[in-house]
Design a protein around this ligand. Structure first.
Ligand SMILES: N[C@@H](CCC(=O)N[C@@H](CS)C(=O)NCC(=O)O)C(=O)O
Length: 215
């Protein structure tokens, strides 16, 4: 049985659990990280030397790094729907995954969510946070243009492209920051909220993270 380690408030665990849910995979979830600890034990470090979540163990195959896990699960259990054997076709979704991690996640999750929401008010570097909020404005306006003529990032159906970027939406629209009007992104967000796996794994209240920098 597939085992998945991570805390439900972890952005990177959420991406993985969303796909697990979309694929309907039987699994065991083991809370780890944050207040649950476990990720600094020798057993955990033997699975992931970085001591970070998420980690999966799929009948003896251990994988860490959320986006690598997404690719692994899609290739193993989602052929046709979430994975193509044609490298060119596969790259259509993979470019959005990599852009999300390198650009959107860097500016939103690290720059804004950590810099603003997770940092106690007195310690915030607001000029730096505001620069990252402006970068997020540009990212979401770009997504808004892409989504003008399609319901999902790669076309008519949900693909791996939507997962890392779509995971940001619950927090982006849920914290008190300036946002541009992005009607196509908002429509995409509403579409994602119709999916049970998105509601269960992404729309997880994150108040426990406010003002906390310790994990
Ligand atoms: N690049 C890694 C980042 C992993 C990471 O930083 N995970 C965070 C949670 S999102 C973590 O383990 N934090 C320590 C903790 O929760 O105790 C990935 O995508 O999996």
């Amino acid at each position: 049985m597939l085992k998945v380690w991570g805390r439900r408030s972890s952005f990177n665990l959420q991406k993985v659990m969303w796909l697990v849910g979309e694929l309907g995979l039987a699994h065991e979830h083991i809370p780890a990280g944050g207040d649950f600890g476990l990720n600094d034990t020798p057993e955990f470090l033997a699975m992931n030397p970085h001591g970070r979540v998420p980690v999966i163990d799929d009948d003896g195959t251990v994988v860490w790094e959320s986006q690598t896990i997404l690719r692994y699960l899609a290739a193993k259990y989602g052929r046709g729907r979430f994975w193509s054997d044609d490298p060119g076709e596969r790259s259509l979704a993979e470019r959005w995954m990599d852009w999300s991690q390198a650009s959107l996640q860097a500016d939103f999750l690290i720059g804004v969510f950590w810099g603003f929401y997770r940092t106690p008010e007195a310690q915030r570097n607001m000029p730096a946070v505001n620069a990252r909020i402006r970068a997020c404005t540009r990212h979401f306006q770009l997504l808004d243009r892409i989504l003008a003529d399609r319901p999902f990032l790669c076309g008519d159906s949900l693909t791996l492209a939507d997962i890392p970027a779509g995971t940001s939406l619950y927090r982006y629209f849920g914290i008190d920051i300036e946002r541009p009007p992005v009607p196509n992104v908002e429509a995409w967000y509403r579409r994602l909220q119709e999916r049970p796996a998105y509601r269960e794994h992404i729309m997880v209240p994150f108040g426990e993270l406010y003002g906390r920098l310790d994990y």
